[in-house]
Design a protein around this ligand. Structure first.
Ligand code: GLN
Ligand code: ZN
Length: 749
């Protein structure tokens, strides 16, 4: 049987970020609604053409979104929180996404273990779902007119949608209310003579899946009755324990991810139903490397040995990779030669299918192998890095004294020391300086002098405000990962490699392509300059290994653990040098630790084992007198508190204001014994907290934690705020702290 190909969704932002530009000009009132809609539909149609021309047989349609796909489905199903009820159309849609007036937006959170953020549906207790699929049907019709039978509508399953929502109503009752709407939709699609519908059900790869068995079985029993062939799509991990019952569901096909987890093993152990199509996700939709044809073909043959009808496809939607590697003109050719963004991945998929179908692709295969060989020649291993990794011993992961023994040797500070998380406002002027320097309009000396002026002003300001522990302000950093990547070997940066982070926001993740090493100091100069201006301690400021790793595209030829350790070794050198330069406090930020957690709880220990080890490897070199801080925002600690403890940081600063002291509660009720920076106000809001509010927040913190353990700080860096907001907020924070100190003194007397 001929092997066919499929896509599960496409890169989202337009090759030149046209989607972002259109949305943002619409929001600024510079583009009217009709033009916005037309612009976005044209871009969507372009992506369809790209997939058609590449030769994809089943092209996902309906995955293109004005903001977020989960929001799209919530709106189509009438899951509208009461505060948006009287709005309508795009006004309501963007209000739910971004907030309007006094109506806060839906909460945003990361889509499984990816860096994409979706909007969490809020379902009121009295929610009355109602279907309106007109926009979706219109999209499908447009797609049919250009793609004919290849147009494959993508819908989000009600089970995944409900599982990811904040649901005040009863799950089963809601599912019962949603299923008729899905039946209605499928019936309409059937009327359009759609050949197949993809139903995305990623929740099936998580630890929650076993509890969802009854709901999933009920859902597919109801949907199967319509009689449209359904392709049940899973990704990001294997089916694990659910394999047998999922493969028995009444669907025409099942898509599995063969780049993560162990679906191949499951297939080999349990077989695959002969009457179902197996969508074989062998091309990694989450990373940017070209496949190794021999390995991938081998894997496909192993899959073919078990499943009767196999399709070649990406492991997930291509929304996680940029559009087109051809746009990258500045990368070294050997690296460029092995990159594969969305467009290249389509070519790979078709080429693999052609090979399996008997086309002689030897020449192409040789070409790819040569490209890989050229890359390997260009990028030989760095023996020093490997020797250092092999020589690691347990003591390299261990501070020389335990927390309780080293604490008395560390810097003495007033009770409730005040500090900030590192960055200060990145004003237009600061950004302009960096751009001018990059363009060569400023010499290095001029740029450094301008940065020093920023640092000096920032130090003076912090002294005036009366903070106890100062920072240099991070003005030289565009981004907490890119800044380090640019100075380490083994990292590359794209010019157009944008992927959607949320809504119109894009990120350009660095590419880790080689062994990571450090050849010069990365932060010492700015630290030293800042410290020379003040008697108060200035914190050294670094980004920790897992955050650097998780916010980059990692290598495919080396484990993530090994890459994290390489980064850790580089940071270790930096920490030693900061100490020599006089740093008494060094902060190593690890905000991405938790989001890297595997989707199945049984894999958490393995990940946390090496992830925490990487932090320890970086920081254990510090002398006992040096105080190591870390910072984590948006992190729930309850279930990973032992791992947080094992980081062995002296101080951890956390978010604690948006969660209303819940985060602190989680940490303290678990008996955390080191110091904690209580993030007393929300830096994501422009609202300046008053002194009285802050006193309350501080007192609430002290109810949960002995005073010796508490630091006072905002809940994250201040770079997105304006000085007019930052200065009064910090003044109030210091004043509130002083007030508490006075009250305590009075009690002591
Ligand atoms: N030190 C960084 C800053 O202040 C931390 C940012 C973060 O936690 N995301 O900006
Ligand atoms: Zn933060």
């Amino acid at each position: 049987m001929t092997i066919q190909t499929a896509s599960l969704g496409y890169a989202r932002m337009g090759k030149r970020r046209e989607v972002k530009k259109a949305l943002e000009s619409f929001w600024r009132g510079k583009l009217n609604e009709a033009t916005l809609v037309q612009t976005l539909q044209d871009l969507e149609a372009k992506d369809w053409q790209t997939q058609l021309q590449a030769g994809i047989d089943h092209i996902a349609v309906g995955d293109f979104t004005f903001y977020d796909l989960v929001l799209d489905w919530a709106v189509r199903l009438g899951l509208i929180p009461a505060r948006f009820a009287e709005l309508s159309g795009l006004t309501r849609y963007f209000a739910m996404a971004r907030g309007v007036d006094n109506r806060p937006a839906l909460e945003m959170t990361k889509w499984f273990d990816s860096n994409y953020h979706y909007l969490v549906s809020e379902i009121d207790a009295d929610a009355k779902p109602q279907g309106d699929f007109s926009d979706f049907i219109a999209t499908v019709k447009r797609a049919q007119s250009s793609l004919a039978a290849r147009a494959t509508p993508v819908i989000l399953s009600p089970v995944t949608l409900l599982s990811l929502s904040r649901c005040k109503a009863d799950f089963d009752g809601l599912l019962d209310a949603l299923l008729p709407l899905y039946v209605e939709l499928l019936t309409e699609l059937k009327g359009l003579a759609i050949a197949e519908v993809q139903i995305h059900e990623p929740i099936l790869v998580t630890s929650r899946a076993p509890q969802l068995q009854a709901a999933v079985e009920k859902t597919y029993a109801a949907l199967a009755k319509v009689g449209v062939p359904l392709q049940l799509v899973t990704y990001f991990d294997d089916l694990g324990d659910t394999y047998n019952w999922v493969t028995a569901l009444p669907v025409a096909g099942i898509s599995l991810d063969f780049t993560r987890g162990d679906n191949l093993q499951l297939l080999q152990t349990h077989g695959f139903p002969a009457d179902k199509v197996l969508g074989a996700g062998v091309i990694d939709g989450r990373n940017i490397w070209q496949c190794q044809p021999e390995d991938t073909l081998q894997r496909l043959k192993e899959i073919q040995a078990i499943a009767t009808t196999v399709r070649v496809q990406p492991s997930a939607s291509l929304q996680f990779v940029p559009h087109d590697a051809k746009l990258e003109k500045q990368l070294p050719q050997p690296l460029h030669g092995v990159l594969s963004f969305a467009e290249q991945k389509l070519t790979e998929i078709v080429f693999l299918a052609q090979t399996l179908n008997g086309t002689d692709t030897t020449a192409q295969q040789q070409q790819i192998q040569q490209a890989w060989q050229a890359f390997i020649d260009f990028n030989p291993p760095n023996p020093a890095v490997h020797t250092a990794l092999e020589a690691l011993q347990p003591k390299n992961f261990e501070r020389s004294l335990s927390y309780s023994s080293r604490i008395s040797q560390q810097i003495a500070l007033p009770p409730l020391p005040t500090t900030t998380i590192g960055s200060f406002p990145q004003t237009k002027e600061v950004r302009r300086l960096r751009v001018q320097y990059k363009k060569g309009e400023l010499s290095l000396a001029e740029y450094q002098a301008a940065m020093e002026k920023q640092i000096a002003d920032c130090i003076k300001l912090q002294e005036d405000i009366g903070l106890d522990v100062l920072v240099h302000g991070e003005f030289e950093r565009t981004d907490m990962v890119e800044y380090f990547g640019r100075q380490l070997s083994g990292f590359a940066f794209t010019t157009n490699g944008w992927v959607q982070s949320y809504g119109s926001r894009c990120v350009r993740p660095p590419i880790i392509y080689g062994d990571v090493s450090r050849s010069q100091a990365m932060t010492v100069r700015e630290f030293q300059f800042a410290q020379s201006l003040t008697e108060k301690p200035v914190k050294g400021m670094l980004t920790a290994p897992i955050t650097i790793l998780n916010w980059s595209f990692p290598r495919a030829d080396l484990s993530r653990k090994e890459q994290a350790f390489q980064i850790a070794l580089a940071l270790r050198e930096e920490i030693a040098e900061l100490e020599t330069a006089g740093a008494q406090i060094i902060q190593v930020d690890e905000p991405a630790l938790r989001e890297g957690l595997p989707l199945k709880v049984q894999h958490w220990n393995d990940y946390l084992g090496w992830a925490v080890d990487a932090f320890r490897l970086a920081t254990a070199i510090a002398q006992p007198q040096t105080q190591i801080h870390t910072h984590m925002c948006y992190c729930e600690f309850g279930d990973i508190i032992q791992d947080i403890e094992r980081l062995d940081a002296d101080v951890i600063s956390i978010e604690n204001s948006r969660s209303n002291n819940r985060t602190l509660g989680e940490v303290t009720s678990a008996g955390y014994s080191h110091q904690i920076g209580n993030g007393v106000y929300d830096i994501h809001s422009p609202v300046v907290p008053t002194q009285a509010q802050l006193v309350e927040q501080l007192k609430a913190g002290l109810e949960k934690l002995p005073i010796q353990q508490v630091w006072i700080n905002p809940d994250c860096g201040l770079k997105t705020r304006r000085w007019e907001e930052v200065v009064p907020a910090l003044k109030n924070m210091v004043a509130a702290t002083r007030k508490l100190r006075e009250e305590m003194d009075a009690i002591a007397k």
